[in-house]
Write a protein that binds this ligand. Structure first.
Ligand SMILES: [Fe+2]
Ligand SMILES: [Fe+2]
Length: 183
């Protein structure tokens, strides 16, 4: 066994592999977010909620670009499920926006709450392994929490069926994270 990793227990993952998984799933998540917002914007058209959604979508595009660069630099392959997230993300965006602006915002609250938790766990994993990446993820997490606040300000939690939308979107988001980490 390589000395550098001899302190690791059998079954512990090599940090490079671990970081590749982190980059892959985060890239997938930010891509999915851009697709959700695209679906919502295609339905919402103009108006105040659409303008806010467009601002959030711009942030997701910035996040996505950073992860694209990191995947390239570190030669990490993107998830094989990319085409699925394109369709599923877009469909989720359309479906929630069709229910109304508040339902669209409820989708954002649910997604961001899952991502908050997801990025928090990763930040803990990266303390020793990659402090620079950790800082980036924590700053993205701040953006996601701001999106959550904005969506609540637009009445997300007052939409009819909020609990149902929230539970469904959270389950779907967690499943997407699980799959994108592995495939
Ligand atoms: Fe994001
Ligand atoms: Fe976001």
């Amino acid at each position: 066994m390589n000395d550098e990793f001899s302190h690791r227990l059998p079954g512990d993952r090599h940090p490079v592999t671990e970081i590749a998984r982190i980059l892959r799933v985060d890239h997938a998540g930010e891509y999915g977010a851009t697709r959700i917002y695209q679906g919502q914007l295609d339905v919402l058209g103009a108006g105040r909620a659409a303008a806010e959604t467009r601002r959030m979508a711009e942030a997701e595009k910035r996040h996505l670009t950073r992860f694209e660069t990191l995947l390239r630099e570190r030669r990490v392959r993107p998830t094989a499920l990319h085409p699925l997230w394109s369709v599923a993300g877009y469909a989720l965006g359309v479906a929630t926006a069709v229910l109304g602006e508040r339902a669209a915002m409820a989708c954002t609250v649910a997604v961001e709450e899952v991502i908050d938790e997801h990025y928090r766990v990763q930040a803990e994993q990266l303390v020793a392994e990659d402090p620079a990446l950790r800082e980036m993820i924590l700053s993205f997490r701040d953006d996601e929490l701001a999106h959550r606040e904005a969506a609540i300000a637009y009445g997300a939690t007052e939409t009819a069926g909020y609990d149902l939308i929230s539970a469904g979107v959270k389950t779907g988001s967690r499943l997407a994270i699980w799959l994108s980490t592995r495939f």
